[in-house]
Ligand binder design. Structure first.
Ligand SMILES: Cc1cc2nc3c(=O)[nH]c(=O)nc-3n(C[C@H](O)[C@H](O)[C@H](O)COP(=O)(O)OP(=O)(O)OC[C@H]3O[C@@H](n4cnc5c(N)ncnc54)[C@H](O)[C@@H]3O)c2cc1C
Length: 384
């Protein structure tokens, strides 16, 4: 594990507090339970999620009035990094707090914030993100779900795919077309996931957390439009840039790498000079990825959000995952095929689950190619 370089006393205190919490017996037992969930079951309102919520650690940098701790983005990143290093499932957290919550903070009315944010910060409710559609992912400006005026609200009709945790969510932040204009004609709605006309079904994938297929034919009150009507697309893109610091991805990659390095040491494979060199090179890259992630976080605290720093960190850290897994397959040999459901796995982090999960990292929250386009266009001035 990396040695933390605290930027402030508070950051090191936050890190210490979170580490102590994660090392406590009930948390370790719950993590063990979650890591052994059978195929088809996945964490939703896990006990850890709620314990973190009680301590304010789900929304560290939100204002206190909305259930946060009123700290900085770097403190939130510190907590996110520690959770990832400990293997705490983070999808519900990222969706509810880092995307939906952040969108509400940036664009919601006082009433919307007061209504939705505290339960999300406390881990009492989960919110899902309803952006992608069949054939519409990277180019969200061309989405086809429509929102038409009906009475004092809107009728939303369409189909969303690849959302996660929708089966546990109380609300979904849904992007829908309110005019015909590409990109500019998009508005965001907070949908009650229990409302008639919202149907959720699973899309199974290679990983342990399913995607959801969400059909919508639902009426939403005008007061549940979040942000500007017809002009929600810019907010959506800003929130995505803020969310892409890559801190959670790099924590996960570090956890995988440390487990593989330990295995190489235990089995004696690390005595091989070539392999030692590969391990050292990868460790250095992961440290570089960590610095990139904290650079993106620092820009947020300086109120100078840097989409290029975020894209760089997201791209670098997630592409590293494939290299780490490749090393793992070479170190693990036949052990790489053992799943956590095959009786006694030799180590808690099974290589085969990393293998299944790593491609996902380069796709969610913007693909690697899209990140490179952002770096090329905004960072290097290369248009086209
Ligand atoms: C683990 C995971 C979780 C997700 N969670 C959610 C969620 O909660 N809510 C939600 O709405 N969606 C979610 N998604 C969907 C995700 O946002 C999309 O998969 C992603 O935006 C890519 O869209 P797509 O799959 O339609 O691929 P496409 O956009 O069709 O891209 C296909 C390929 O073409 C490349 N490509 C696309 N456009 C360009 C371009 N302009 N230049 C160069 N290359 C390009 C892409 O990089 C990719 O390799 C999730 C996806 C994953 C993997």
């Amino acid at each position: 594990m990396t040695t933390a370089v605290p930027r402030s006393l508070r950051e090191s205190e936050v890190r210490q507090d979170v580490r102590e919490f994660l090392a406590s017996e009930p948390v370790r037992a719950e993590l063990e339970r979650l890591s052994l969930l059978p195929p088809g079951e996945e964490p939703g309102h896990s006990e850890i999620f709620q314990l973190l919520g009680e301590r304010g650690w789900l929304a560290v940098n939100w204002p206190r009035e909305y259930g946060g701790l009123g700290l900085r983005a770097v403190d939130a990143a510190t907590v996110a990094e520690e959770l990832a290093l400990a293997g705490v499932p983070d999808v519900a957290h990222v969706l509810s707090v880092d995307i939906v919550g952040l969108f509400l903070l940036m664009a919601g009315t006082q009433e919307q914030k007061a209504r939705h944010l505290p339960p999300l910060a406390r881990g009492e409710s989960i919110a899902t993100v309803l952006y992608s559609e069949p054939g519409v992912g990277s180019d969200l400006g061309s989405l086809r779900t429509t929102a038409d005026r009906e009475g004092n609200g809107w009728r939303i009709t369409g189909r969303k795919i690849y959302s996660q945790k929708s089966q546990f969510a109380s609300h979904g932040l849904c992007a829908a077309r309110t005019t015909d204009e590409h990109g500019t004609g998009i508005s965001l709605f907070m949908i009650d996931m229990m409302a008639p006309g919202v149907r959720v079904s699973p899309i199974w994938n290679a990983t342990e957390e399913r995607f959801d297929d969400v059909s919508l034919d639902v009426w939403v009150a005008h007061q549940d439009v979040i942000g500007p009507v017809h002009a929600g697309f810019d907010v959506l893109n800003t929130v995505l840039a803020l969310e892409r610091t890559g801190i959670d991805y790099q924590g996960r990659v570090r956890r995988w790498f440390d487990a593989i390095r330990d295995m190489a040491q235990r089995t004696g494979l690390a005595e091989d000079e070539k392999l030692r060199g590969r391990i050292a090179a990868l460790d250095t890259k992961i440290r570089a990825g960590r610095l990139m992630a904290y650079e993106a976080v620092a820009a947020i605290d300086a109120e100078a959000v840097d989409p290029v720093a975020s894209a760089r960190s997201k791209w670098f850290n997630t592409e590293l995952a494939a290299e780490v897994v490749e090393l793992g397959l070479d170190v693990g040999g036949l052990m790489s095929a053992v799943t956590r459901w095959d009786g006694e796995p030799a180590w808690r982090e099974t290589l085969e689950s990393m293998y299944r999960e790593s491609p996902n990292l380069t796709l969610s929250a913007g693909t690697s190619e899209v990140m490179l386009k952002v770096i090329a266009a905004l960072g290097l001035g290369l248009e086209g």
